[in-house]
Design a protein around this ligand. Structure first.
Ligand code: SF4
Length: 183
């Protein structure tokens, strides 16, 4: 299954966050992402909050690109890449799902606590840059918390439970935040 040309052409082809490309570390991060080839989009099934699903549908996502496994998520292509990965990059960068915006941070929910994890550098080569650059870490961490809390607050408890049953090895916990802060 592939993304229709109509869909990808209607969306920004930019790869990382070029709207903020005034800082050196962001230029470095974009360069790392461009050379990575989409490790974070391999076997990726980003969950879709209701608002994200509506946003993507409005932009051209079709129902056959989405599956429900206790929560809605994007399908993968036959080669294992996310259904929206095209020509070596995300075809929907400007409207991509919350967990994609949050990377390389990810999460788990334990009761009223959201645990924030960071993937290992072997999974995402931007991690080394974040560890070496406190400003970069803080900025991406803040964006990740905002994205993750938005996702969690737009899911039912059953959907959160289904997402959190998926193991995410090769991560390290970096913070815990209260779930009510997500509202
Ligand atoms: S939506 Fe975009 S960034 Fe997210 S996994 Fe798919 S291709 Fe990658």
């Amino acid at each position: 299954m592939t993304v229709t040309p109509e869909f990808s052409n209607r969306l920004s082809p930019t790869f990382l966050r070029s709207d903020f490309l005034t800082e050196d570390w962001l230029l470095q991060a974009e360069d790392i992402c461009m050379r990575c080839g989409g490790q974070c989009c391999t076997d990726a099934h980003p969950p879709l909050s209701r608002s994200c699903c509506q946003r993507l549908m409005a932009a051209g996502l079709t129902p056959d690109m989405v599956e429900d496994v206790g929560y809605k998520r994007l399908k993968v292509q036959e080669n294992g890449m996310c259904i929206l990965f095209e020509h070596g990059r995300c075809s929907i960068h400007s409207v991509k799902p919350e967990t994609c915006r949050a990377g390389p941070f990810t999460f788990d929910v334990k009761g009223e606590i959201i645990e924030i994890y960071m993937k290992h550098a072997g999974i995402c080569p931007v991690v080394d840059l974040l560890k070496e650059t406190p400003e970069a870490f803080q900025q991406q961490y803040q964006l990740a918390v905002k994205s993750i809390t938005h996702l969690v607050s737009n899911l039912t408890q059953d959907e959160i439970d289904a997402i959190c049953r998926m193991e995410e090895p090769e991560t390290e916990k970096v913070a815990e935040i209260k779930k009510e802060l997500s509202a």
